[in-house]
Design a binder for this molecule. Structure first.
Ligand code: PEP
Ligand code: MG
Length: 580
């Protein structure tokens, strides 16, 4: 039996899973290049592969009904487009012709035609057409893998309890993971605060990212693997003793969780009576039941970008309204803070692809509010949908990636216009304009917090991006993950500065980045003046439990000690050693 292998990565969610490995390899395989004699036999082999792919795609269409209605509709459209691409298309005709003309094997011919098409598409210099390269690639890869007898594995066919092992899972792929079916996730790329990690946490999936690429070579399909999201380990070829140990660990975690759930009905209040508002972040509308069960007071961050993912067209105002209204209704009077679209950087969505030119530094480019103000129709549809949802319960609006007060003022002017239009159209909306808040997640915004507070109704600290931009470390990059540290004194000073400016200007400030979801940091953040947290639902009980063990005096003293330090290592040590 193969020896046990323990690999270390970044544990991004509190959970342990054991299950069969499901290796997702969607890369272009190595293509053999052979000259052939019998072109017609080779053409037949190619046509047989195309027929197999047609069958696979048709079968996939049948599975789309497990998705939410709009996503299913989009997936069906996409699959129809892919089916059309294998029916007498340039791709298929071109490959058949190359086999005959150049007397080469089917794989080589297909590879050549895929490259030709990609370069022709790219030459058009149109983003929409450039995005079609992905479709050619997806369909071509399927045929190539079929010809080579390599499995084309997609996330749709993971067996129940399967552990997905992949080089990379994009945030939009992660949105398609069904936590009822998938046991856990292990990837080579990704950092603790990247959006894939955020998604894994919100789905409650045990996950380890940033693992050595050998995970894809040393594990075999179907072999039992263990994902330890707590300690950041992936274990291959586990011995019976290790499996037993992990069974016990998993039971202990489940018991912990059950104990934690008992405090859901209790208030989030410090031992000496300081009330803390504890809300939940939401990535996917289907999380509302779990959010309510977690004991969270409403939703402090509704990331609307997931309404735009896994589809090729923009969601209409009505579609967005339906999704938002459903969540507002389900929250039964607790407020919901909708953040406008934050696409760009590591979060991409085909539906907005045509507005996003390829950029050398997408994290510093046209993303979030910058895109929404450049394409105000995107912002208007969102504002209108949110205002309409506001007729059903309390809503707030949050602007992502704000750099200057001017961006807030421009947005507010557009919001006022939408409000007026909807009134004139006699559409049901909130009686009052909802509060308009600003994400503080760019150092320039934190340092201009007083100016921004003058034009904002509230602040939300996005420490994931604030850390990334302050320490110049890509939040999703596993190679520099060790340097990604929200305890860097520069980040802490920006938080302190922001909280003080908000206090002076009399506006509330919350934290909705991942820093707020780690109980290690709760005392420090309360000590720095934070009174509102918004965290993934699975962390709500844990943070509440922590809050209930603290006194304000203790937190303030801890914050004072931390803020007197300038060495990240010393600060980390102080934070780790802090005991309530
Ligand atoms: C953040 O940056 O901290 C944040 C909450 O926003 P996102 O993770 O969606 O970028
Ligand atoms: Mg952010």
């Amino acid at each position: 039996m193969a020896a046990e292998i323990v690999l270390h990565g970044i544990g991004v969610s509190h959970g342990i899973a054991t299950g069969p490995a499901y290796i997702v390899q969607l890369d272009r395989p190595k293509v053999p290049q052979i000259t052939i004699e019998d072109a017609s036999a080779e053409q037949q082999r190619f046509e047989a592969a195309v027929e197999t792919v047609r069958g696979d795609l048709t079968a996939l269409k049948g599975q789309s009904k497990n998705l939410p209605e709009e996503a299913a509709e989009e997936l069906d459209l996409l699959l129809d487009a892919h089916l059309a691409m294998i029916t007498g298309s340039r791709l298929v005709r071109g490959a058949l012709k190359k086999i005959a003309d150049e007397k080469i094997n089917a794989e080589w011919a297909l590879d050549k035609i895929m490259r030709d098409l990609a370069s022709q598409f790219r030459a058009v210099r149109d983003n929409y057409i450039a995005a079609r390269i992905d479709d050619v690639e997806a369909v071509g890869n399927r045929i190539l893998r079929t010809l080579l007898n390599l499995p084309y594995l997609s996330l749709d066919s993971v067996p129940v309890g399967g552990i997905v092992l992949a080089k990379e899972i994009s945030p939009s792929d992660a949105a398609l993971l069904d936590p009822r079916r998938i046991g856990g996730l292990a990837t080579v790329h990704g950092g603790a605060a990247g959006h894939t990690a955020v998604m894994a946490r919100s789905l409650g999936l045990p996950a380890v990212l940033g693992l050595d690429p050998v995970i894809l070579e040393r594990s075999s399909h179907g072999s039992t693997v263990i994902v330890d999201g707590v300690e950041g380990k992936l274990i291959l070829n586990a011995t019976p003793e290790t499996l037993k140990l992990y069974e016990q660990k998993r039971d202990a975690l489940t018991a912990d969780r059950t104990a934690l759930n008992e405090i859901t009905a209790q208030p989030a209040v410090t031992k000496d009576g300081t009330d803390i508002t504890l809300r939940s972040n939401l990535e996917l509308p289907r999380e509302t039941d779990a959010i309510k069960a977690s004991g969270a007071r409403g939703i402090g961050l509704f990331r609307t970008e997931f309404l735009f993912m896994n589809r090729t067209t923009l969601p209409s105002e009505d579609e967005q309204f339906e999704a938002m209204a459903g969540v507002v209704r389900e929250m039964e009077g607790e407020s919901v803070t909708f953040r406008t679209l934050d696409i760009g950087g590591d979060k991409l969505a085909k539906s907005v692809g045509e507005y996003l030119a390829e950029a050398a530094n997408p994290a510093l480019g046209l993303r979030a509010i910058r895109l929404s103000l450049k394409e105000p129709h995107l912002l208007k549809a969102q504002f209108r949908a949110i205002l309409r949802a506001g007729a059903l319960g309390p809503v707030k609006i949050l602007l992502p990636m704000v750099t200057t007060a001017d961006e807030v003022e421009q947005s507010r002017a557009i919001l006022r216009g939408c409000y007026k239009d909807l009134k004139n159209e006699k559409v049901a909306i909130a009686d009052q304009m909802p509060p308009l808040g600003t994400m503080i997640e760019i150092p320039a915004a934190a340092l201009s917090a007083d100016g921004l507070a003058a034009v904002s109704d509230f602040f939300a600290l996005g420490t994931n991006d604030l850390t990334q931009y302050t320490v110049a470390i890509d939040r999703g990059n596993d190679q520099v993950a060790a340097l990604y540290n929200p305890l860097n004194p520069a980040v802490l000073r920006l938080i302190e500065f922001t909280v003080e400016a908000a206090k002076r200007m009399g506006i509330p400030v919350s934290i909705c980045g991942e820093m707020g979801a780690d109980p290690k940091y709760t005392a420090l953040l309360v000590g720095l003046g934070i009174r509102e947290f918004s965290v993934g639902f699975s962390n709500v009980p844990r943070i509440k439990q922590r809050i209930r063990t603290l006194t304000l005096e203790q937190c303030e003293e801890h914050a004072r000690q931390v803020m007197n330090q300038y060495e990240p290592a010393r600060i980390t040590d102080l934070v780790n050693r802090f005991r309530p």
